[in-house]
Ligand binder design. Structure first.
Ligand code: FAD
Ligand code: NA7
Length: 463
């Protein structure tokens, strides 16, 4: 009998979770389907695979990455830890709760390197178009091999869309912005605070990107940072040099005018106005159409496209939980595709989705959001054999984290948390976050060793 073929679009944390889930089943002795993962970048890791490029890449494809230099985890690492691959197992020593991007990238890679999943991935390959034939129940995926500039197609029984949703900017228009003399960019193209040293910076938006880019620019020497909110201010205790104002109404040259009647001159504008769920490779009837929220409609268990259940989406939710959520999704998706999780009828699935949507509508506070996503993870954990972890304790950590940020947005990354996977208490980082301007893995992990090496080096030079 011909093996079931599964196509995965994207080798970011979600796509890699799917590959890892199948590897785990293989290790348990199961005969797993044939899997091919397509990744348009030259390496895995999705967002965590930092690119200095903006605009288009070397093959003319839109740059996927939105991460930047000096990016440190924006939540405690204990809230995202893989329950089948701990931080202790990877780093062999306790590390702090808020590692910089290269350290988390290293961690993600550790698990998959151990599992030899690279062979399943075709890099530099973009999924260009997808169609589905109901008669034979197969997807045809049209692909571009970017390296050799060749288009070809392949057929699959199931298709997994793990292409992320923080890549295509939502870029609103404000009257007069076309005459603003300084730089205007979206957070997607932000690659670090260096260009904004000594500048007066206007940031539009009041969510994660606005907060993190604003604080980074303050830390790295911006003269002032003004955050302009549409619905609600972030509302933490801002230090001198950062403030929040209501929404911008318009620009007159370099002057921005705000809803409260105030105005101010700026050197640069960064739109931290979020991203669009964008699937240019999917036809209308297969496209997930949603805003960034905790329970996108039409996805049973948050992953299975209800109108066409052989189509699966991973990681499409707004995210408190990240890597561990992608895992719980991927494990369930795997069991479903291998026939070990039976779907109820379409109508029953619809009722289940509606139940979650109704709950989602009732949420008012950030704590409610945390509880909601926690309940979602618990729902998924009960349906697969992904190693259980203490989700309730993770929820408590998320709430502590929210309080830490409220208390002091500049020092919350100096706090430490305890792993629910190993019980290990995080180390305090060797340097306070506000004083730490180097985000390299070498300095983060081996500061003591490198200082020793440096002093040895200077002794040799002195001789
Ligand atoms: P992505 O990481 O976006 O990966 C999707 C992959 O699909 C990419 O490799 C892309 O190249 C590929 N792809 C897309 N289209 C195609 C196509 N047509 N053909 C082939 N391949 C394609 N999370 C945290 O846990 N902690 C943080 O501190 C944190 N900080 C963040 C900061 C920023 C600025 C952003 C944008 C996100 C941050 N996140 C953070 C969330 C982050 O998105 C997730 O951690 C994670 O990367 C999502 O994984 P994913 O695989 O779903 O998507
Ligand atoms: P989010 O979390 O989706 O937030 C988008 C923000 O942009 C939010 O504050 C919106 O305000 C604001 N927004 C959207 N459109 C507008 C317009 N037209 N005018 C003003 N403000 C607007 O995106 P982020 O980039 O912050 O975070 C995404 C991920 O990146 C996240 O997971 C992090 O880990 C990093 P609203 O509240 O809707 O009025």
């Amino acid at each position: 009998m011909k093996k079931t073929r599964i196509g995965i679009i994207g080798a970011g944390p979600s796509g890699l979770a799917q590959l890892r889930a199948f590897e785990a089943a293989k290790k348990e002795g199961h005969d797993v389907p044939e899997i091919v993962c397509f990744e348009k970048q030259s390496n895995w890791g999705g967002m965590w695979n930092y690119s200095w490029r903006t605009g288009v890449g070397k093959y003319g494809e839109p740059i996927h990455g939105s991460m930047y230099k000096y990016l440190w985890s924006n939540g405690p690492k204990e809230c995202l830890e893989f329950s089948d691959y701990s931080f202790d197992e990877h780093f062999k020593k306790p590390i702090s709760s808020y590692p910089p991007r290269p350290v988390l990238f290293d961690y993600i890679q550790g698990r998959i390197k151990k599992n030899k999943v690279r062979d399943y991935i075709r890099f530099d390959t973009t999924a260009r178009w997808v169609s589905y034939d109901e008669d034979v129940k197969k997807f045809t995926v049209v692909l571009d091999d970017l390296k050799i500039d060749k288009t070809y197609s392949e057929e699959f029984d199931y298709l997994i869309v793990a292409s992320g949703h923080f890549s295509t900017p939502n870029m609103p228009y404000f009257k007069g912005i076309e005459n603003f003399p300084g730089q205007v960019m979206h957070a997607h193209d932000f690659r670090g605070a260096d260009p904004f040293k000594n500048q007066n910076l206007l940031i539009i938006g009041s969510s994660y990107s606005a907060e993190d880019i604003g604080v980074q620019c303050h830390k790295h020497g911006a003269n002032s940072v003004t955050l302009s909110y549409r619905s609600n201010p972030i509302g933490v205790n801002w230090p001198e040099g950062i403030k929040e104002v209501p929404l911008l109404t318009h620009f007159e040259n370099d002057t921005a005018f705000f809803k409260d009647g105030t105005s101010e001159k700026f050197d640069a504008v960064i739109m931290c106005t979020g991203y669009q769920h964008k699937f240019p490779f999917l036809p209308d009837e297969m496209r997930l159409k949603t805003k960034n929220n905790l329970y996108p409609d039409h996805l049973y268990k948050g992953i299975i496209f209800n109108k066409l259940p052989r189509l699966i989406y991973l990681g499409m939710q707004d995210q408190y939980y990240t890597f561990n959520m992608f895992d719980t999704q991927a494990w369930l998706a795997r069991d479903y595709m291998m026939g070990n999780f039976k779907l109820p009828s379409k109508a029953e699935r619809r009722l289940d989705i509606d139940k979650w949507l109704e709950e989602n509508d009732k949420l008012t506070s950030s704590f409610d959001h945390v509880d909601f996503q926690t309940a979602y993870i618990q729902d998924l954990l009960a349906l697969s054999n992904y190693p259980d972890f203490n989700v309730d304790k993770v929820a408590v950590m998320f709430k502590e984290w929210l309080k830490d940020k409220d208390e002091n947005i500049l020092t919350y990354r100096d706090k430490t948390y305890q792993s629910v996977v190993t019980g290990t208490m995080a180390e305090t980082h060797h340097t306070e976050w506000m004083d730490e301007l180097d985000d390299s893995k070498e300095r983060y992990l081996y500061q003591d060793e490198s200082e020793e090496m440096l002093s040895e080096k200077s002794e040799i030079t002195a001789i």
